[in-house]
Design a protein. Structure first.
Length: 144
């Protein structure tokens, strides 16, 4: 009987300690990326791009969302990724409006505490538009 009570007590302690440590995508997790973010990117040739990301962190750390670049041209895309600790990995399939071309970029970034932003590096994996650059630094800043 004493062993049974000890096991039940241990199970309660373990479930209580897990409940107090939120995981990616759960409310209270410090690095969730949820909401609209201002995007600033600088390509390896010095070109600048600006726009927005709309992101949501799902339970388990999966990231979904959209990208909309408005400067210097209109580029839109679907964002997918994953959050592990404070590191986010993003992949964006994009299309340049009016040009009939697009591509794929992948990047990693470190997320700021409370998901207020992220800074990292993106790499161009596919570019049907002939942009001529391969890497970009980027910053996301959460809109209030």
């Amino acid at each position: 009987m004493k062993t049974c009570v000890t096991l039940v007590t241990l199970a309660v302690l373990v479930s209580t300690s897990c409940a107090s440590n939120p995981q990616p995508g759960e409310p209270g997790y410090s690095f969730n990326l949820n909401g609209q973010y201002t995007l600033q990117m600088t390509a390896s040739d010095g070109s600048s791009f600006a726009g927005n990301f709309q992101l949501k962190t799902l339970r388990g750390g999966a990231i979904t969302g959209t990208m909309s670049i408005t400067t210097p041209m209109n580029i839109s895309g679907q964002v997918e990724g994953s959050l592990l600790g404070s590191e986010v990995r993003l992949q964006t399939q994009y299309e340049v409006t009016g040009m009939g071309c697009g591509g794929l970029v992948e990047g990693t970034a470190v997320v700021s505490e409370n998901g207020i932003g992220a800074d990292g590096l993106m790499e161009v994996i596919e570019d049907e538009c002939g942009g001529g650059f391969s890497t970009m630094t980027f910053s996301l800043i959460k809109n209030s």
